[in-house]
Design a binder for this molecule. Structure first.
Ligand code: GLP
Length: 261
C-alpha cells in the first residue's frame, strides 16, 4: 500500500488524474472503475480539463461504476449512474454504452449482481479502480460486516451512511434509500490498481483504521492491505491520525521520478 500525503485535495486529484492518463496512454482500451461521492469529483474535473486540452481520450475505454441505490425513480439526479453521467461522462468522449453500472431497477437484483460480475469479467477486469472512503470505513457500499470476499449484491445501508449521504437528498436521511446494489470487496480486490482518495479531517479515523488497523470486516477498507497495488491519496488532515505518516512522506520523497503510482 503506497500512502501519499499531498499538500491539498487538488494535488491528490492531479496525481490520480496522472495515473488515469498514463494508463490510457499505455492502453487506450483500458477499463476504469468509477466511484461516486464527493471525494473523486476533483479528479473528474481534472480529467475533463485534460480531455479538453487534448491530453487524454476515453474514446476506446470502458468503465464500470461501483454501486447504485435501489428504490430511486429511474433517472433520479442522485442515482449514481446519473451522477457519473453528469460529473464525467457527459464531458468526455466515452463511446455510447461504454460506461455501465449495477442495475438498481432490476426485478431480480441477485441476478443483476451476478450479471454485473460477468460483465466486468468479460470486459477483461478493471485496470484502475477509483475509490472513496466512507466515514465508517466502507468502500463502495460495503458496510462494516461485509464479507471480505463478497461480490456484487444487495446491501442495506447503515444509519451512519444514510445520514452522511443526506446532504445529497435535501438534508433528510429518510430520503436516502435504505438498500443498494454494490460491487463486493472481492469484486474490488480483483481490480489491478486501486486508487483511493480521502481528504479532510472527518476521514482521519477511517483512514487510520484502513491503513494501520487490523484487516477486519469491521473496517471494510482494511481489506485493501491484502491487495498488491493500492495507492492511498490523502491530504494532511485526512492523514492526521496515521502513526507512521512521517515514514510514508519520507518514502514518497525518495521515490524515483517517472515511476508513477
Ligand atoms: C458513498 C459511496 C462511496 C463513497 C463514500 C464516501 O456512500 N457509496 O463510494 O466513497 O460514500 O463519500 P464521500 O466521498 O462523499 O465522502
Amino acid at each position: 500500500m503506497e500512502v501519499v500525503i499531498t499538500p491539498t485535495p487538488r494535488h491528490a486529484a492531479e496525481l490520480a488524474a496522472d495515473a488515469v492518463c498514463r494508463l490510457l496512454e499505455d492502453d487506450p482500451r483500458s477499463v476504469l472503475g468509477l466511484a461516486t461521492g464527493s471525494s473523486p469529483l476533483a479528479l473528474y474535473r481534472a480529467l475533463i480539463d485534460r480531455h479538453r486540452a487534448g491530453q487524454v481520450s476515453f474514446g476506446r475505454a470502458r468503465a464500470f461504476t461501483l454501486d447504485e441505490y435501489v428504490g430511486l425513480p429511474r433517472g433520479h439526479a442522485e442515482s449514481y449512474r446519473e451522477v457519473i453521467r453528469r460529473e464525467l461522462e457527459d464531458h468526455v468522449d466515452f463511446p455510447a454504452g461504454a460506461v455501465t453500472g449495477p442495475d438498481g431497477h432490476a426485478e431480480d437484483l441477485a441476478r443483476a449482481g451476478r450479471d454485473y460480475e460477468e460483465a466486468i469479467v468479460s470486459a477483461g477486469g478493471v485496470d484502475l479502480q477509483v475509490l472513496g472512503l466512507g466515514g465508517n470505513g466502507h468502500i463502495a457500499f460495503n458496510e462494516p460486516g461485509s464479507s471480505l470476499n463478497s461480490l456484487t449484491r444487495v446491501k442495506a445501508l447503515t444509519r451512519r451512511t444514510r445520514s452522511d449521504n443526506a446532504r445529497f437528498f435535501g438534508g433528510n436521511a429518510e430520503e436516502v434509500p435504505s438498500l443498494c446494489l454494490t460491487q463486493g470487496l472481492g469484486t474490488i480486490r480483483r481490480a489491478r490498481h486501486l486508487v483511493l482518495i480521502a481528504t479532510g479531517e472527518a476521514k482521519a479515523p477511517a483512514v487510520a483504521a484502513m491503513v494501520e488497523g487490523p484487516v477486519s470486516a469491521s473496517c471494510p477498507a482494511s481489506v485493501l492491505q491484502l491487495h498488491p497495488h493500492v495507492t492511498v491519496l490523502l491530504d494532511g488532515p485526512a492523514a492526521s491520525d496515521l502513526q507512521h505518516r512521517d515514514d510514508y512522506a519520507a518514502a514518497w520523497a525518495v521515490k524515483p521520478a517517472g515511476q508513477g503510482l
